[in-house]
Ligand binder design. Structure first.
Ligand SMILES: Cc1cc2nc3c(=O)[nH]c(=O)nc-3n(C[C@H](O)[C@H](O)[C@H](O)COP(=O)(O)OP(=O)(O)OC[C@H]3O[C@@H](n4cnc5c(N)ncnc54)[C@H](O)[C@@H]3O)c2cc1C
Length: 267
């Protein structure tokens, strides 16, 4: 079985973020990290492949990222968790790509991997915690012409059929599609494993395949700002939240509360 897991290197959500002069998020800081939700995607990919015999002969779990040079660290983390191969797509012309242009590049990389050795599943996270569009998995499926099964909680792949279970607020749905298919997974069902020391050491030395747009036969005009349908018009830091007001006490504090609410326009 061959599984490709899309992983993104993102600014740590616990750290303060800043916008550059162009209004875009400043990336490439020391605390950039593998998108947490992609650890769940990798866990899902590993478990599905393991059920078929991974890491045995004829099985592969590839981690794939698109991003500047430091994004290789996301791949090293994926290798430490247990992925067997890693592909890094990087090219100066990619800067400014929106979600669809990003998907165009990732789809070309997946198509290249598929031509070399057929891919059964592509697994992505439910969102990248910096961009948060959740568009990339659906766009990948569309561009590859493969079925998409989003927000999966359970995955099985048997005899060329992918079966997923997904939970909505009212139902549990079971969907099937022929492989190859593109999946995204929720953050609920696939608690990511911690890499062990041996895995971390091996990942440091593991080879990573590097591709540019030329390797993917992609015209630079179809990616980056030029190839994006979205234009960033304006961005500014969110205003500071006002200090919280905590009202404690008994019935005597009710007038103060009523006064506060009426100041805020409640009648
Ligand atoms: C006008 C515009 C300009 C932008 N310019 C830049 C820029 O210069 N530099 C920059 O870094 N970002 C830029 N971005 C943001 C970037 O395009 C998005 O972050 C990216 O396209 C993915 O969208 P998302 O983060 O919302 O991913 P989502 O759709 O929320 O991600 C879902 C899943 O898709 C996969 N995935 C998403 N992105 C990648 C990736 N790069 N590699 C591997 N897997 C991935 C992951 O599995 C992820 O969990 C720009 C966005 C816009 C709108």
């Amino acid at each position: 079985m061959r599984v490709v897991v899309c992983v993104k290197h993102v600014p740590d959500i616990q750290s303060p973020r800043s916008l550059g002069d162009d209004g875009r998020l400043v990336r490439g800081g020391d605390d950039d990290t593998l998108n947490e939700l992609d650890e769940d995607a990798l866990e899902a990919g590993l478990r599905t492949a393991e059920a078929a015999g991974f890491p045995g002969e004829g099985h592969d779990v590839t981690v794939l990222t698109l991003g500047p040079a430091p994004a290789v660290e996301a791949l090293r983390r994926g290798l430490a968790m247990g992925a067997s191969t890693a592909v890094h797509v990087s090219d100066e012309a990619v800067a400014g790509s929106d979600a669809i242009a990003t998907a165009r590049i990732l789809a070309a990389a997946i198509a290249k991997l598929h031509a070399e050795d057929p891919v059964d599943l592509v697994v992505a996270g439910m969102a990248a915690l910096d961009g948060l569009t959740s568009l990339v998995p659906a766009a990948l499926a569309e561009l590859l012409g493969w079925p998409q099964l989003t927000l999966a909680d359970e995955i099985t792949l048997s005899e060329g059929v992918v079966r997923v279970q997904r939970e909505t607020s009212t139902d549990v749905e079971v969907l099937t599609a022929p492989a190859p298919a593109v999946l995204s997974v929720t953050d609920q069902a696939f608690r990511a494993r911690f890499p062990n020391f041996k895995g971390i050491m091996a990942a440091r030395k593991a080879p990573v395949t590097s591709w540019t747009l030329a390797d993917l036969a992609l015209d630079p005009a179809t990616v980056g700002s030029a190839g994006s349908a979205t234009t960033l018009v304006h961005a500014q830091p969110r205003p500071e939240r006002p200090d919280r007001i905590v009202v404690t006490g008994d019935a005597e504090t009710v007038p103060a509360l009523v006064d506060y609410l009426s100041q805020k326009g409640f009648q």
